[in-house]
Design a protein. Structure first.
Length: 89
């Protein structure tokens, strides 16, 4: 699966990479160099981050599915016990 990011996000990422390189590496990256670096990150490291995010979502969804029965469970065959309580009251 190819990871794609929207153009506005990509633009912000490129600006952030250039800023990081300038501030922390004393290196002024051209837009082309930052673009190539971003492509590398997305292709090589991106899948690991993506897969972890998918695993986190799956875990969260499974926890929510486990709660569904408690949220929507209805006791069965309650008519007669309810009638007995009414008569006894």
């Amino acid at each position: 699966m190819t990871i794609k990011i929207p153009e506005p996000v990509r633009k912000q990422a490129l600006e952030s990479i250039q800023r990081y390189a300038s501030a922390n590496l004393d290196e002024d990256l051209s837009e082309l160099a930052a673009d190539m670096l971003l492509d590398f990150f997305i292709e090589d490291i991106g899948p690991a981050i993506y897969n972890q995010a998918v695993a986190d979502v799956q875990e969260r969804l499974q926890a929510r599915v486990m709660e569904v029965d408690a949220e929507v469970y209805a006791d069965e065959f309650q008519y007669w016990p309810r009638m007995a309580r009414k008569r006894g009251a």
